[in-house]
Write a protein that binds this ligand. Structure first.
Ligand code: AHM
Ligand code: MG
Length: 281
């Protein structure tokens, strides 16, 4: 039976070992910047080109957008699915050989689209082993990607007892309200921060807690991009029984005006997200 969304997930799973295999020789920065004004690594470009080519080759995929390119690339065939990727999230960790990953969101509307148009999402984590997490049809699943794809959790749920937290951005740039909230969280949870959202959110999915990259004093929109990072990670965490927020509302309730729009981003335990919204409100 034809499964268009499944074909997208398959391509990401099949491409991930190749992305991983190509990292070692691609730890250098090129001269180009991405649309968010950040320098691109050779590995960012490599992962983006592989995903673009493979995903657009699927009949089901009508367009491809990524953090690394200015505009949406449209397929000739006009498929009904529209895929947004962060080909290598946390790629500044490549130099220090730390965790990073690949994020994807599958929409049934052309991009930029609201979170309500997201029909599947997921990510690959390049850690000591390669794992993939997908959210689809109300269920989050986790696989280990090796020679085969082994399903290791067919219903991943956020743990009820929160244990860990991680917040990005330099502390002097945090707002006073956010800094006060973090003081409370620090007294209750244990710090886990590695500088790659996928790695840090996987700590939260595994041990329970909260991850965030807040709006900053001099950059209220924060760092992370709504379509390439915010929507897919919020969809995974909400489907796993957690919550997401930009400080006021679920990230999935936001409709971006621009492809590369940034947003403050918080995901994790529902109670901690509610407390955050009261603290910032
Ligand atoms: P990237 O997609 O360009 O790698 O940027 C996103 C990453 C996130 O994975 C991480 O949470 C954040 O940037 C860390 O930023 P910083 O290094 O500024 O703390
Ligand atoms: Mg990223």
């Amino acid at each position: 039976m034809s499964d268009p969304v499944g074909s997208v997930v398959d391509v990401v799973a099949e491409t991930a070992p190749e992305i991983r295999g190509g990292l070692a020789g691609r730890r250098v920065y090129g001269s180009e910047e991405n649309p968010s004004g950040e320098r691109k690594l050779a590995a960012d470009v490599y992962a983006d080109d592989l995903l673009e080519e493979r995903l657009l080759a699927l009949d089901a995929v009508g367009s491809y957008a990524s953090e690394e390119r200015d505009a949406v690339v449209t397929a000739d065939g006009g498929g009904a699915l529209h895929v947004a990727c962060d080909p290598l999230d946390g790629s500044s960790n490549l130099k220090s050989n730390n965790a990073m990953g690949t994020l994807f969101g599958v929409y049934d509307e052309p991009l930029p689209a609201p979170g309500s148009a997201l029909i599947a999402s997921g990510f690959v984590l390049f850690g000591p082993i390669t794992t993939m997490v997908t959210a689809r049809g109300g269920t989050v699943r986790e696989w280990v990607l090796d020679d085969d794809r082994d399903l290791v959790d067919d219903d991943l749920r956020l743990p009820e007892e929160p244990m860990v937290y991680g917040f990005g951005g330099r502390v002097p740039r945090w707002t006073e309200a956010f800094a006060d909230y973090v003081t409370e969280v620090e007294a209750e949870l244990k710090l886990r921060y590695g500088g790659a959202m996928i790695g840090d959110v996987t700590q939260v999915l595994t041990y329970g807690g909260i991850f965030g990259y807040p709006g900053l004093r001099d950059r209220p929109e924060g760092k992370l991009r709504l379509l390439f990072e915010g929507h897919p990670i919020a969809h995974v965490v909400e489907t796993a029984g957690g919550a997401s927020s930009d400080g006021e509302r679920s990230l999935l309730d936001i409709e971006p005006d621009r492809l590369h729009e940034r947003t403050p981003l918080f995901v994790g335990d529902e109670t901690y997200i509610e407390r955050l919204e009261s603290a910032l409100g």
